[in-house]
Design a protein around this ligand. Structure first.
Ligand code: ADP
Ligand code: MG
Length: 384
């Protein structure tokens, strides 16, 4: 799938050195939206789109990073690393070097070549794939290694502190710890996780609405504030509810009238979404795909109606999928307000499903979507 030979020859031609090659996947979240910062549950899968990094040492103290995707090279001085990002793609890889240096590693000079087929900026986490693959490559050059959850935390810090994007731990965690043909139920409170098999007759069809999602836009922080305000009301009666993860639907029955109506709606989504996510993992473990599909549908409409985190186009994409042969479940995935839907589809029907969904969506919205037929793949590792 991701043949390292092409990147190896790009690296050799440019840097005249033999590289070690690493790969880290993008991801899609099957269920569990806006639950991460409430210390709840998410259930992503790594996908067969990935970023590759080729790395070799240098003796001149320079760090030279080349991205084949951007056809561009950037040079840094290993002895004078930057303190902050520069709003450039190189923020992600150099941020990894800076963060590892901050943890006490001596970062040497190196050459790195990058190439990836995770669509950039589509909500499939090309950024996490890039951080994780860089961290693996650089740690191997340094001669160090971290347990998976620690590696994921390091990469999350790169994105939060160096790049300046306020993401949770999910993307980096699944890129590190994903497993072929499995989804991963992650407890965002303590990073414990459970793998649940996705049967091999099931495809992950990812449909990009082409409507831009923006975590930095006003809606995301507003939703977050509204759900946290609901949690504060519950905590005022029942201490020991620091996060909505600890709240129940009965709490909303008792004290929902003290909340602003929007806060109550947001909290109802988050609390019920946590229950659905755990239930979906149990259903997957039992091979009950119909139940997984039912929970995904419920999750979508909770996200759309209670959380008001969807958009017209995403609702249309979910609706248009409903009567297509092979559909198991469909919902909007990711931070919301656009982005991609995830469709679990019978493998044999997946190509026709993707074609038909694409043409229906284009006819209805006048937007040509990108539709990818994927499967759950393994986490980051060395390739050669
Ligand atoms: P997403 O993670 O959903 O793809 P982000 O905006 O978080 O979207 O991250 C996308 C950015 O990550 C790109 O604009 C680019 O700066 C960086 N990036 C991802 N993959 C590569 C790559 N192969 N080469 C260089 N930069 C990359
Ligand atoms: Mg990202």
């Amino acid at each position: 799938m991701h043949d390292p030979a092409v990147l190896r020859s790009i690296h050799r031609d440019r840097f005249h050195a033999d590289p070690a090659i690493f790969v880290a996947p993008g991801r899609v979240n099957l269920i569990g939206e806006h639950t991460d910062y409430a210390e709840g549950f998410v259930m992503p899968a790594a996908i067969n789109f990935a970023t590759l990094a080729a790395i070799s040492p240098r003796t001149d103290g320079k760090i030279v990073i080349y991205s084949e995707n951007f056809s561009e090279e950037k040079t840094f001085d290993a002895a004078a690393l930057p303190a902050k990002g520069d709003k450039h793609w190189s923020d992600y890889p150099i941020g990894v070097a800076v963060t590892l240096a901050g943890k006490g590693h001596k970062v040497p000079g190196f050459s790195m070549s990058l190439w990836g087929d995770v669509p950039l900026g589509s909500g499939l986490s090309s950024s996490a794939a890039l951080e994780v693959v860089t961290a693996l490559a650089l740690l191997s050059l340094i001669g160090a290694s971290y347990p998976g959850p620690v590696l994921a935390r390091v990469c999350q810090r790169v994105e939060n502190e160096f790049v300046g994007a306020n993401c949770g731990i999910m993307d980096q965690f699944i890129s590190v710890n994903g497993k072929e043909n499995h989804a991963l139920l992650l407890d965002c409170r303590d990073l414990s996780f459970k793998l649940a098999p996705i049967p091999d007759h099931v495809a992950l069809v990812i449909a990009n609405t082409m409507v831009k999602h923006s975590v930095a836009g006003g809606d995301y922080p507003t939703r977050r504030r509204e759900s946290e305000a609901a949690c504060a009301v519950i905590a005022s009666h029942r201490p020991g509810v620091p996060f909505l993860r600890d709240a129940t639907l009965e709490d909303l029955d008792k004290w929902g009238h003290e909340m602003a109506p929007k806060s109550l709606m947001r909290a109802r989504h988050v609390i019920s979404e946590n229950l659905r996510t755990v239930a979906a993992a149990e259903a997957l473990l039992k091979g009950n795909m119909a139940e997984v599909g039912r929970l995904m549908a419920e999750a979508h409409w909770s996200y759309s109606k209670d959380f008001e985190g969807s958009c017209v186009e995403a609702d249309i994409m979910v609706e248009l999928a409903q009567d297509l042969p092979g559909l198991i479940g469909a919902r909007l995935t990711g931070g919301g307000f656009g982005g991609c839907t995830i469709n679990l589809v019978e493998q044999k029907d997946a190509p026709a499903f993707a074609r038909e969904l694409g043409s229906r969506y284009a006819a209805r919205t006048a937007i040509v979507p990108q539709i990818h037929v994927c499967h759950a793949s393994g986490g980051a590792h060395r390739l050669d």
